[in-house]
Design a protein around this ligand. Structure first.
Ligand code: 5GP
Length: 195
C-alpha cells in the first residue's frame, strides 16, 4: 500500500479550525479525507455517529487503548478521551487519499513525530483569548464552566504554536482559508492555480 500524506490542523477550541478543515475537504483536487476520531464524550445534538466521531463508552475506549488500536490518544478534558484509530488511517490511504485531522495540539504533534516526513502540521491561532471566549459563547455548544475550561486550556495550547510547521492567524477567515489552501495544495502536490 502506498501511504499518502497526513495534514494536521490543531488549534484551541473555537479558533475556527473546523471551518478551515471543512473548506479544504470541499476541494476535490486536494484528495483529502477526514480522519474520524473516536471519543468518549457524549454526542452533541447535531452530531452523527461515524461522521463526526465514533462515539464510544469510556470502557470501550479504554479497551481499545489496551489493544493498541490507537495511533495516538489523549484525555483532552477529564474523562473525555479522544483518539485516532490506526484502522482509520489505513482505510483512507488504501483509498488513495490524504488524511486531514482536526485534532488537539498534543495529538497533532504526536502524529508529526510518528510520521515526520509525511505530515504537514498547521496551528490555527485565534486573534486573542478574549475573542476566543466570545466565539465559544456564540457557538452555544458548551456550558459556562466548560467554556472556562476550554479557555484555560487555550492559553497552554498557544505556547505550542512554534513547534508546528506553519501558524495561520485566523483574524480574517477568507485570508486564513486561502493560506490554508495554498499550504496544503503545495504539500500534497495538487494543481495550485485557483484564486
Ligand atoms: P470537541 O469536543 O470540541 O469535538 O473536541 C475537543 C478537542 O479534542 C478539540 O481540540 C479536538 O481537535 C480534539 N480532538 C478531536 N479528535 C481528536 C483525536 O483523535 N485525538 C486528539 N488527541 N484530539 C482530538
Amino acid at each position: 500500500m502506498q501511504p499518502g500524506k497526513l495534514i494536521v490542523f490543531s488549534a484551541p477550541s473555537g479558533s475556527g479550525k473546523t471551518t478551515i478543515v471543512q473548506h479544504l475537504l470541499a476541494q476535490p483536487e486536494l484528495k483529502l479525507e477526514f480522519s474520524i476520531s473516536a471519543t468518549s464524550r457524549a454526542p452533541r445534538p447535531e452530531e452523527i455517529e461515524g461522521k463526526d466521531y465514533y462515539f464510544l463508552s469510556l470502557e470501550e475506549f479504554k479497551k481499545k487503548i489496551k489493544n493498541e488500536e490507537f495511533l495516538e490518544w489523549e484525555e483532552v478534558y477529564r474523562d473525555n478521551f479522544y483518539g485516532t484509530l490506526k484502522s482509520e488511517i489505513q482505510k483512507i490511504w488504501a483509498a488513495g487519499k490524504n488524511v486531514i485531522f482536526d485534532i488537539d495540539v498534543v495529538g497533532g504533534l504526536d502524529i508529526k513525530n510518528i510520521y515526520p516526513e509525511q505530515t504537514l502540521a498547521v496551528f490555527v491561532k485565534p486573534p486573542s483569548i478574549e475573542e476566543l471566549k466570545i466565539r465559544l459563547k456564540k457557538r452555544k455548544t458548551e456550558s459556562d464552566d466548560k467554556i472556562s475550561m476550554r479557555v484555560a486550556k487555550a492559553s497552554i495550547e498557544l505556547a505550542t504554536a512554534p513547534q508546528f510547521d506553519f501558524v495561520i492567524e485566523n483574524n480574517d477567515l477568507q485570508t486564513a482559508l486561502k493560506e490554508a489552501y495554498d499550504l496544503v495544495a503545495s504539500f500534497v502536490g495538487a494543481n495550485n492555480n485557483r484564486e
